[in-house]
Ligand binder design. Structure first.
Ligand SMILES: [Fe+2]
Length: 306
């Protein structure tokens, strides 16, 4: 059985007990959603429709508001979303050729099964799997694609349904997570530890924006709660669906915001720390991207949608 052909369900979770990815019960989820909705400063940036909501957004740092305002009209077009679905679709029969995004998911799955994979697309610079676009025949082999860059300040993330990230910290960066397509759950933690208290759970839909800074909401886990096409998510899971969520991320290093702060290189966007899903200890990952937007957009534009 090829990984590209079907999903590989994880071990069954405890019934009624905490489940992947957040390891919380239904009652805890209800409480954390309420807690998230009442958090101050607000976890989400949007047009306030009540005085309370307005007051909770007052203490969001100006540098964050500036990023959010600049992103507020960003949307993926209908054809971009449809072409992404085509490239994420699992094979319908063994041996069928899959699209570029599914191919990258399978490559990432081979190297790390501690959590289901997602795809980082660098909006500037290069991605690790850019070469697959030519190798798999999506683009003409007119360019040599070296290994991807790290630390792109602007990233598109593609979250296959039921896939999730580890708990990770964005260190001392200031940034936004702006939902472009589908649906994304974000759990915010007090600090970077497997057992860290959870500050709140929120669901982002297109046009909604979460944020983070050195002092607020820097540690989170992201999950796409859409229909994965069967199986139960967890380590070793790969979905059997083309549904996905997409988010646009910006990370500014301390020296790049208007606010003066520490300029420690170890806290820049070149590397973020995370908690390993298997050993529950802290590790660091270089923020390499899987693809570059310039390559992906050319592939999407050349994708027949009929
Ligand atoms: Fe993140």
């Amino acid at each position: 059985m090829s990984l590209a052909d079907t999903q590989t369900p994880a071990d069954p979770p405890e019934s009624d007990g905490p489940k992947y990815p957040f390891h919380i019960t239904r009652e805890e989820e209800r409480r954390l959603r309420l807690q998230g909705a009442k958090a101050a400063p607000s976890l989400v940036i949007g047009q306030a429709s009540s005085f309370d909501e307005y007051a909770r957004q007052l203490m969001i740092p100006p540098a964050v508001m500036d990023l959010a305002r600049k992103a507020e009209n960003l949307r993926l077009s209908a054809w971009e979303v449809e072409a992404m679905r085509k490239h994420l679709a699992p094979a319908t029969a063994p041996g069928d050729k899959v699209g570029l995004l599914r191919e990258i998911l399978v490559e990432k799955y081979k190297h790390d099964q501690t959590h289901p994979p997602y795809i980082r697309v660098a909006c500037t610079g290069r991605g690790d799997f850019d070469y697959l676009a030519t190798q798999s025949g999506h683009l003409d082999p007119d360019e040599h694609h070296p290994k991807g860059d790290i630390g792109s300040p602007v990233v598109l993330e593609i979250w296959p349904a039921q896939h999730y990230s580890p708990i990770h910290s964005h260190g001392q960066t200031t940034g936004i997570v702006f939902c472009l397509a589908g649906q994304l759950d974000v759990m915010v933690y007090e600090h970077l530890d497997w057992n860290a208290p959870k500050q709140g759970l929120l669901t982002l839909t297109p046009g909604q924006c979460a944020w983070l800074s050195r002092d607020n909401y820097a540690v989170h886990r992201v999950y796409c709660p859409m229909d994965g096409g069967g199986g139960t998510t967890g380590p070793g899971y790969m979905n059997a669906s083309s549904d996905f969520g997409a988010s646009f991320h910006v990370y500014l290093n301390p020296g790049e915001t208007a606010v003066e702060s520490s300029d420690s290189a170890s806290h820049s966007r070149d590397a973020f720390n995370y908690i390993g899903e298997d050993d529950k200890r802290q590790h660091s990952f270089a923020t390499e991207s899987d693809l570059s937007w310039s390559v992906l957009r050319r592939v999407l534009a050349g994708t027949p949608l009929t």
